[in-house]
Design a protein. Structure first.
Length: 685
């Protein structure tokens, strides 16, 4: 069974819960449409537009405007499920459990006769069974503490090391505490009202998707320990109790969704998860933190690597996560605790395979990859995780409270730390989109050594360990009309001398020019804040290199990047800023395809062969293998090619999974309209 609650504890005792086999059977009922044609044109004057937008809070609309045009804030997927369809099934006797408008699906209790009638309804597209089988809940004992003295002059208590290694206290010292950001959480439940470190959290709303009420803490009908995991992850993200624990986003607002039923692993929990993230998005969440993951369920169904399920578009949770990201939500999710893979076959869980989100692995506080942390790639060849964070010996509040604490490990712990850092970044730079936040976290991360896979990124630690301070100061770029806007955060404990902030840049390695940067967002009490400048009239595809300089009010010089021999770089029109260097450029000047290694292959030490593609830009592309007759043998990759080094491995199999025989094969690379190349390879058995 999947370790879906992504924490690992020493198990002292295991007990079984009561069987729920006598419960009515549950089904997912998918509908063809929403009562109107899916090709309907949405505009502000239409009734459909008004209905769809009425489902959103003002905060959700404001967040969507970061990524969507003003006249396309909502679309067909935002329309509620047609109520006449729901009522028709209810008249048959179906008992409604859940509705997910994004997927146009509802969950019902149905008996055999009702099931047969529902399947024959004209508006029903398909019906899928949901099975609940008995599961087991580990009972865990963690050490509890009374009075705790701080390990440092700060007030972080025993949590200091887990946060200081990723520079969270330094960000707090600049006055960045997550203020004005709404964080949504998906988990097992939250006993926040009674624990001393959580009771002052600014919770805007909470909803129990299992019992359909507004209480996420344990109630009389909940299994023992139901809210343990959620309380723990929430504590890691936002606790505030000086001298014991201070979480990264303690000053943020929160929306809490209870979506995980602890005793069993069934697809219905996916249903709850998808409904939960839809609710969080509609309520205006800027960030969503989920320490849950899915592969195999109690009944043996689910998602398997061998079936290609981890492709970013198969699992229900994955599809819902992508939808939320497309609407401007930064989705942060755990990779899973399924153990390290070999870098070729992924061990990750859904929805960590989703594109456009941030998937988080775990490392020790010392910086070693945790043995349990799931690894990539996805089935379609994307690198995962995106980043890693401390996930071993993590100190947090635990139930029953009100003053109980303990240590744990798992990607459940590394995920809320990362989500907390995202909240800090967004509180300083609220204009950033999910893709920009992911890019910043990746490119500002600290290098983590993996002996077998030293290149960055790789499928063990992604782009590296998060660094909150570097991420806060890391610039971003976006194109608007004929201008490329470069923005960043600048701050000092003394405040910034605003008139000194300059963008120093060069185009295609010509002479440097200087632009003054304006402060466009920040606290009124000082001059720390977000700064930007626009470079005008650059042709698309042009390489721009730059650094930013300033003085604080104490006349101390600030340069980003700090290393004087390095520059930031981007390709105009591509929203990706990378750290360049005269020692080892981080941005290739041109496309380059290496010879495959080994060749011939296989060898006693390599069952396949690897090819490396260097790319100066991020673009869509494909890699296809043909035989001597020109017949397509294997689509090795189809998706987004990242800036920098891209590694592709052929295991000598065709698309059907059949081993190919000896002979000459051709590998063809196509990178957008920018580059194509062919490579001859020799397979010898």
């Amino acid at each position: 069974m999947i370790k879906k609650l992504l924490l690992i504890f020493s198990l002292i005792n295991i007990f079984c819960l009561n069987s729920y086999s006598d419960q009515p059977k549950k089904y997912w009922v998918y509908f063809h449409d929403k009562g109107i044609n899916s090709n309907i044109f949405f505009n502000k004057g239409s009734i459909e537009y008004s209905i769809a937008i009425s489902q959103l809070t003002e905060r959700a609309i404001k967040r969507r405007l970061k990524v969507l045009p003003p006249d396309k804030i909502v679309n067909y997927d935002d329309l509620p499920i047609n109520e006449s369809y729901i009522e028709s099934i209810q008249k048959i006797g179906g008992v409604l459990q859940q509705k997910i408008k994004w997927l146009n699906v509802a969950t019902f209790y149905l008996d055999e006769k009702q099931l047969s009638l529902v399947k024959n309804l004209k508006f029903v597209k398909s019906v899928e069974p949901v099975k609940q089988l008995i599961g087991k809940l580990p009972e865990t004992y963690l050490q509890k503490y009374g009075d705790i003295s701080s390990l440092d002059s700060s007030d972080y208590g025993l949590s200091y090391s887990q946060y200081s290694v990723v520079k969270i206290p330094e960000v707090h010292n600049l006055g960045i505490t997550g203020d004005s950001v709404i964080v949504g959480m998906l988990d097992t439940g939250f006993r926040w009202r009674s624990h001393e470190s959580l009771k002052n959290t600014k919770v805007l709303a909470e909803w129990d998707f299992i019992n359909n009420d507004d209480t996420t803490a344990n109630q009389s009908n909940d299994p023992a320990g139901q809210d343990f995991h959620g309380t723990l992850t929430m504590s890691i993200l936002c606790s505030y109790y000086p001298k014991k624990i201070i979480g990264p986003a303690y000053n943020s607002y929160f929306l809490l969704a209870k979506t995980e039923y602890v005793p069993t692993e069934t697809r219905i929990e996916e249903d709850w998860w998808a409904a939960g993230i839809e609710w969080l998005e509609n309520q205006g969440a800027d960030v969503v933190s989920s320490s849950l993951g899915y592969n195999i369920f109690d009944d043996g169904s689910g998602y398997r690597w061998e079936d290609g399920s981890f492709d970013g578009k198969t699992a229900v949770t994955t599809r819902a996560a992508v939808r939320a990201a497309r609407l401007g939500v930064v989705v942060v999710t755990a990779m899973g605790n399924e153990g390290n893979g070999n870098g070729v076959r992924g061990t990750l869980l859904c929805p960590a395979d989703a594109d456009s989100i941030i998937s988080v692995g775990a490392v020790t506080i010392q910086g070693t990859l945790a043995y349990f942390s799931s690894t990539g790639p996805t089935n379609d060849g994307r690198t995962k995780p995106d980043v890693v964070a401390p996930g071993v010996s993590i100190y947090s509040a635990v139930t029953p409270g009100p003053s109980s604490y303990g240590y744990s490990q798992g990607t459940s712990a590394s995920t809320p730390i990362t989500a907390g850092v995202v909240a800090l970044i967004l509180s300083a730079r609220p204009d950033l989109t999910p893709i920009q936040v992911r890019s910043i976290l990746r490119n500002s991360s600290d290098r983590i050594e993996v002996v077998r896979f030293p290149e960055k990124p790789n499928n063990f630690v992604g782009w590296g360990r998060i660094n909150a301070l570097k991420a806060l100061f890391y610039p971003s770029v976006h194109k608007a009309g004929n201008s490329s806007y470069i923005s960043t955060f600048l701050g000092s404990t003394y405040g910034i001398f605003t008139e000194s902030v300059k963008l120093v840049y060069t185009v295609n390695n010509y002479s440097f020019d200087t632009l003054a940067m304006e402060r466009y967002y920040g606290n009124l009490s000082n001059s720390n804040g977000a700064y930007r400048a626009a470079i005008n009239g650059i042709q698309s595809g042009t390489i721009v290199r730059f650094f930013i300089s300033a003085f604080d009010s104490n006349n101390q010089y600030i340069r980003i990047p700090e290393d004087s021999i390095k520059l930031f770089a981007f390709v105009d029109g591509i929203n990706e800023v990378v750290l360049d260097s005269v020692v080892k450029p981080g941005l290739p000047e041109k496309f380059s395809l290496s010879y495959n290694y080994p060749n011939p292959f296989p060898t006693p030490f390599n069952s396949g062969t690897t090819v490396i593609l260097d790319s100066p830009i991020s673009t869509s592309g494909s890699i296809v293998i043909y035989n001597l007759l020109g017949q397509r043998i294997r689509t090795l990759f189809s998706g987004i090619i990242n800036i920098g080094n891209n590694y592709f491995y052929w295991d000598t199999k065709n698309d059907a999974g059949i081993e190919m025989g000896s002979g000459i094969y051709f590998l063809k690379v196509q990178a957008g309209n920018y580059y194509s190349a062919d490579l001859k390879m020799l397979l010898l058995r």
